[in-house]
Write a protein that binds this ligand. Structure first.
Ligand SMILES: *Cc1c(COP(=O)(O)O)cnc(C)c1O
Length: 360
């Protein structure tokens, strides 16, 4: 079967071996005579699938027992509301770092539940960098500090862990989770939608420290209460069973490949290939500050934007799709998550060189 190189930011490419395993197990999972999609979420087969997925994720990320792992729905966008609803805990305000489109949405939503103190912003340079911690104006009385550790649209990644003292640190890791090791113990809460680097759309994972659950704001819907979800093992209602199953296959594959340290090596090599090509070129340009260049989402522009469509057409002709940049940034964006093989990046770099020769 012919597969193309899919540079979509999300839903994004899934590992081919995972898709093939899912295909083989689609109609009759492990001889039980039915598909995972048809299983009762309360049956022993599905309960086993979910428990194994959680155990594998805990192992990959090194999640300690004093953290809950929740398999939820509603996307990362629902977390923009659930985080303040659960974590304000009677405090007046929360701190937010403002580095692009996704933190903007998180801030807008949080303002419905309390005051938001923007600790620093990179709006002055069109969100092309992340302000260093010494520029943040942290409030020691804040309920928590929220940041977007990889701005998927701007391609701005933060590789250091902010220091927030006793104030819990919260991160939206939707577009770089599982791309490299992280120290979960430095965080109060981490959340991520699955459809970038984990699995199919429909699953959203929350990792939250025990002491931060159970103090929701008045009026919090039952489904939005981390404590209720945790007590029910994410089965207060029907979980997104098939998406959990596929995510579980991805976790197994990552473990077999050597875990997140091994993924980081591959991801760094892939990103370097593309950034080196951008730096060597007078025709293509990366708008992002060097120290914040994302390993996962790489926006770039052509010298003449009148050639954008032609570049996209040339890419499609060589089996590469979804390279058009987000409308707020323009140009191109190559999303090269775990599932993008290095051959895909090599093909893109070869195209860029040929295109520059022809048009530069
Ligand atoms: C994609 C994305 C979101 C939104 O995710 P949904 O699951 O569509 O709600 C939020 N934050 C970041 C960083 C993202 O990349």
């Amino acid at each position: 079967m012919e597969r193309i190189f899919n540079f979509s930011a999300g839903p994004a490419a899934l590992p081919q071996e995972v898709l093939e395993q899912a295909r083989d197990e689609l109609v009759n999972w492990h001889g039980c005579g039915m598909s995972v999609m048809e299983m009762s979420h309360r049956g022993k087969e599905y309960m086993g699938i979910q428990a194994e997925a959680e155990a594998d994720l805990r192992e990959l990320l090194g999640i300690r027992p004093n953290y809950k792992v929740l398999f939820l729905q509603g996307g990362a966008s629902s977390q923009f509301a659930m985080v303040p609803m659960n974590l304000l805990r009677g405090k007046a305000s929360a701190d937010y770092l403002y580095t692009g489109e996704w933190s903007k949405k998180a801030i807008k939503e949080a303002k419905k539940y309390g005051a938001v103190n923007v600790v620093a912003s990179s709006e002055d340079k069109n969100f092309s960098y992340a302000p260093a911690q010494d520029q943040w104006k942290l409030d020691p009385n804040a309920a928590y500090v929220h940041y977007t550790s990889n701005e998927t649209i701007g391609g701005v990644e933060i590789f250091w862990t902010p220091q927030t003292g006793n104030v819990p640190l919260v991160a939206d890791m939707s577009s770089h989770i599982l791309s490299r090791p992280i120290d979960v113990s430095k965080y109060g809460l981490i959340y991520f939608g699955a459809q970038k680097n984990v699995g199919p759309a429909g699953l959203t994972i929350v990792v939250v420290r025990d002491d931060l659950v159970g103090q929701t704001v008045k009026g919090t819907p039952t489904m939005f209460d981390y404590q209720i979800q945790a007590e029910a093992d994410s089965m207060y209602n029907t979980p997104p069973t098939y998406a959990v199953y596929i995510a579980g296959l991805v976790f197994k594959m990552l473990k077999a490949k050597g875990g997140l340290a091994a993924m980081e090596k591959v991801n760094r090599a892939k990103a370097q290939l593309l950034y080196d090509a951008l730096d060597a070129s007078k025709f293509f340009n990366s708008p992002v500050a060097r120290e914040n260049r994302s390993l996962m989402n790489i926006p770039f522009t052509l010298k003449d934007e009148g050639l954008d469509d032609e570049f996209l057409k040339a890419a499609k002709a060589r089996g590469m799709v979804q390279l058009k940049g987000h409308r707020s940034v323009g140009g191109m964006r190559a999303s090269i998550y775990n599932a993008m093989p290095i051959e895909g990046v090599q093909a893109l770099v070869a195209l860029m060189k040929d295109f520059e020769k022809q048009h530069g």
